[in-house]
Design a protein around this ligand. Structure first.
Ligand code: HEC
Length: 132
């Protein structure tokens, strides 16, 4: 696994800026320092966050309380959508847009910013995410 190259997202400055400005990058941190200081474009902070009652599982899992989930990496998101994978911990979301709409709690503000985007900007951000 360590020998495999990390997926290289397409360069898309406008999409990256929308992602950052909406607050997504606070949890889906675009670049982590990997082994040997190599940059890994994983789009996660690897931390637990409370995403509100809408996503709460109703039972504690390990050290996480019922509403807490570990930020999943978003790398390879486009490929996984093309494979027909579903999103979120219980696979409830069929699309990226739907997954973002389920965000609440600590991610409520980012969700609100996403919903407030003009349709063209939202499409731009979704295209960026599909390119990861
Ligand atoms: C407070 C931290 C936080 C912020 C801010 C946040 N997310 Fe997330 N995101 C998460 C967590 C935690 C999950 C996993 C939730 C689950 O599995 O139920 C998640 C899941 C996702 C998923 C589904 C990934 C998968 O593999 O299932 C997508 C897509 C996503 N986020 C995109 C975004 C976008 C776009 C934004 C900005 C509008 C955003 N997120 C803002 C923490 C965050």
């Amino acid at each position: 696994m360590t020998a495999l190259p990390a997926p290289r997202p397409a360069e898309d400055d406008e999409g990256a800026a929308l992602f950052r400005d909406a607050g997504c990058a606070a949890c889906h941190v675009p670049i982590l320092a990997g082994a040997g200081g190599r940059a890994v474009r994983a789009f996660t902070d690897l931390l637990l966050h409370d995403l509100g009652p809408g996503l709460a599982g109703g039972f504690p899992e390990g050290a996480a309380s019922p509403g807490e989930w570990r930020t999943p990496p978003l790398w390879g998101l486009g490929a996984s959508m093309r494979r027909g994978d579903r999103l979120l911990h219980d696979a409830r979301a069929a699309t990226i847009d739907e997954a973002v709409r389920w965000h609440g709690g600590e991610a409520e503000e980012a969700r609100a910013r996403f919903l407030a985007l003009a349709p063209g900007q939202a499409a731009r951000l979704l295209a960026y995410l599909e390119g990861l």
